[in-house]
Design a protein around this ligand. Structure first.
Ligand code: 3PY
Length: 252
């Protein structure tokens, strides 16, 4: 009932995505035409607001790439707006314990399972055209929580066991920051933590995801048991290629 979760349960591991940070529906559509299984519309580290989000969802909706929306924070009001705009899979940054995971899940569910506010005329209900929207919407929502600190790793089993937590994503950069390693996701201690995370998620029967810097690293993460891996971002692909091209030109 949820396109992202369906991919995780049926696709060959790992499924491949990328981050969309440019707040551009045109770029979202272009990326969606490249063959990614899914793309994370990044509401945490970009200027994307709710209207940008609605337009980017419209654009991705014309492509086979499934949208995941990363919230700026685990905030009930922001969740309500993202879901009303038509998001159906949400990624929650910086979830620290089971209570925060529970709060995230509850924000995504209409009563009685949760506290999502009810509005009849939203993109989510096709402006009222989806029959029984309020009764059926809960079963279409996917919740992915992001693990970014040693404390969250300590409580991984409790967080993953919260009903409604469908998958877990480990952020190598923030994890390295909280480990005192200054954003160095490639540090051996961070890489060991990632491997352990994937192993434990698999033991719990929950799909593990992360971010890779390259296709080669994404393949290695797949071998380590990750089920979904983002490779870079629209801005990273653009700036990386631009800098590489100019460096080649200027050394020649
Ligand atoms: C991280 O690597 O910390 C992330 O949050 C991915 O964007």
């Amino acid at each position: 009932m949820n396109a992202f979760l369906d991919q995780l349960s049926s696709g060959a591991a790992p499924s491949a995505g990328t981050f969309l940070m440019s707040a551009s529906p045109l770029i979202a559509e272009a990326v969606g035409c490249c063959g990614f299984d899914w793309a994370i519309i990044d509401g945490e580290h970009s200027p994307i607001d709710t209207m940008d989000l609605a337009h980017m969802l419209q654009a991705l909706g014309t492509t086979p790439t499934v949208p995941v929306v990363r919230m700026a924070w685990n905030d009930t009001v922001l969740v309500k707006r993202a879901l009303d705009a038509g998001a159906s899979t949400l990624l929650f940054p910086f979830v620290q314990d089971a209570e925060e995971a529970q709060r995230a899940v509850r924000a995504t569910r209409y009563p009685p399972e949760g506290i999502r506010g009810m509005a009849g005329l939203s993109r989510a209900s096709r402006f009222g055209a989806v029959p029984d929207h309020f009764k059926t919407a809960n079963s279409r929502i996917g919740v992915v929580v992001q693990i970014e600190t040693p404390a969250a790793l300590d409580g991984l089993e409790e967080i993953a066991s919260v009903p409604g937590v469908d998958a877990l994503f480990i952020g190598p950069t923030d994890l390295s920051g909280s480990m005192g390693l200054h954003g160095n996701g490639a540090h051996p201690d961070v890489q060991r933590a990632l491997q352990d995370f994937a192993r434990r998620c698999n033991a719990l029967g929950k799909p593990a995801g992360t971010l890779a810097a390259s296709a080669e690293q994404a393949r290695q993460y797949g071998e380590a048991g990750f089920r979904f891996v983002a490779i870079g971002s629209d801005l990273g692909l653009l700036t990386g290629n631009a800098r590489g091209m100019l460096a080649k030109l200027r050394e020649g």
